[in-house]
Design a binder for this molecule. Structure first.
Ligand code: GCU
Length: 340
């Protein structure tokens, strides 16, 4: 808790400093602060720069969009809280941490929820599914405006190869701060260490944790592959990133401007997803050059261990069933291509 308050204070401090550095020329414009936790090489940053360009080309006399990467405005949880209060306007948050803001977000944190990448993309592109989820936090001060690809998450470790679920037993694995993730690790017999993304490198290096789980970019872009030499494609989750915006700010904007911002959010999502595939291919190559070994275990064995979690979460939260049914319709339409 102390850490969180410190993080928020740091974020606010940064904003005050940044605000006081604005040039006079900008003083008549409204500054829109956008924060995320990835590097400037990441598809998310590339997408946000496209968003900035799109909106400023149309409304540049009125708005100055400023994109802050690399947790400059705080950790993801800090940034969500800053977006709630309107201290910043937009940020990118993993769906994982949003479940503590409204439990309807639990749905996309379930392991082995999507049968295929195609199913995942169709679900996330279906406003009949996402709109009500994205609006669930209105009263909390923010809404989701679009989603970004964050690939699939798999385990990676320092010393022990994960070839079957039992290999996780007794290991300390970093997860995102979500109760569903902690339960998932319990089922695998591992010990979950929830922490923010920016803390993972040091935790791995100092031996506080034995491994983590994420997409391939964390090996290269965040340097985790310098320490973890085994990446095991169990692909337990496809957790989207959600772009969220302060609700009051969006809501009071005039209609024509709002339409441009909405188009900008579509531009952002398309540009980010367009970059994603090649970014992952490059990360994999680069990780191999760093000496990371990629392992291809039987995914069904991992899925079997955590299958009861789906039922447990869905039966406890009656909001989730209708979404689950729609997701399963897409799973039937876009089944897994081949057994791994
Ligand atoms: C991915 C995801 C981020 C998230 C990170 C994490 O990189 O895109 O939004 O913060 O995983 O594991 O915390």
């Amino acid at each position: 808790m102390k850490k969180r308050i410190k993080g928020i204070l740091m974020g606010l401090f940064m904003i005050v400093i940044l605000a006081s550095c604005q040039s006079k020329a900008n003083q008549s414009k409204t500054i829109i602060r956008v924060g995320h936790n990835q590097s400037q090489n990441h598809p998310t940053h590339v997408g946000l720069l496209e968003f900035e360009k799109y909106v400023e080309e149309r409304l540049g006399d009125k708005y100055d969009i400023q994109v802050y990467p690399s947790e400059l405005l705080g950790s993801q949880t800090d940034m969500v809280q800053l977006t709630q209060t309107g201290a910043i306007d937009i940020c990118v948050a993993s769906n994982a941490i949003l479940e503590t803001f409204d439990d309807v977000y639990e749905i996309f944190n379930l392991p082995y929820l999507f049968a295929s990448e195609e199913s995942y993309h169709h679900v996330m592109d279906d406003e009949g599914i996402t709109k009500s989820i994205f609006e669930s936090t209105k009263e909390g001060g923010f809404v989701g405006v679009t989603w970004l690809d964050a690939g699939s998450r798999s385990f990676y470790t320092k010393d022990r190869k994960i070839e079957k679920p039992e290999d996780l037993k007794g290991l300390k694995i970093r997860v995102q701060q979500s109760p569903t993730n902690v339960k998932m690790m319990d089922m695998f017999g591992a010990s979950a260490s929830p922490m923010g993304f920016g803390e993972v490198y040091t935790a791995l290096q100092s031996g506080i944790i034995d491994g983590a789980e994420n997409n391939e970019m964390s090996l290269t872009d965040n340097g985790h592959g310098e320490i973890c030499k085994y990446y095991s494609y169990d692909m337990h989750q496809m957790v989207p990133d959600i772009v969220i915006a302060n609700y009051n700010w969006l809501n009071k904007m005039d209609k024509a401007e709002r339409a441009i911002f909405d188009e900008g959010f579509d531009v952002l999502s398309a540009a980010q997803r367009n970059e994603w595939k090649s970014a992952i291919e490059n990360a994999k190559k680069e990780a191999q050059e760093m000496g990371v070994e990629f392992i291809y275990p039987d995914q069904a064995a991992f899925a079997e261990v955590v299958e009861p979690l789906k039922e447990e979460v869905i039966s406890k939260n009656n909001k989730l069933q209708p979404y689950y049914e729609k997701i399963n319709d897409y799973n039937e339409e876009f089944p897994a291509k081949e057994a791994n």
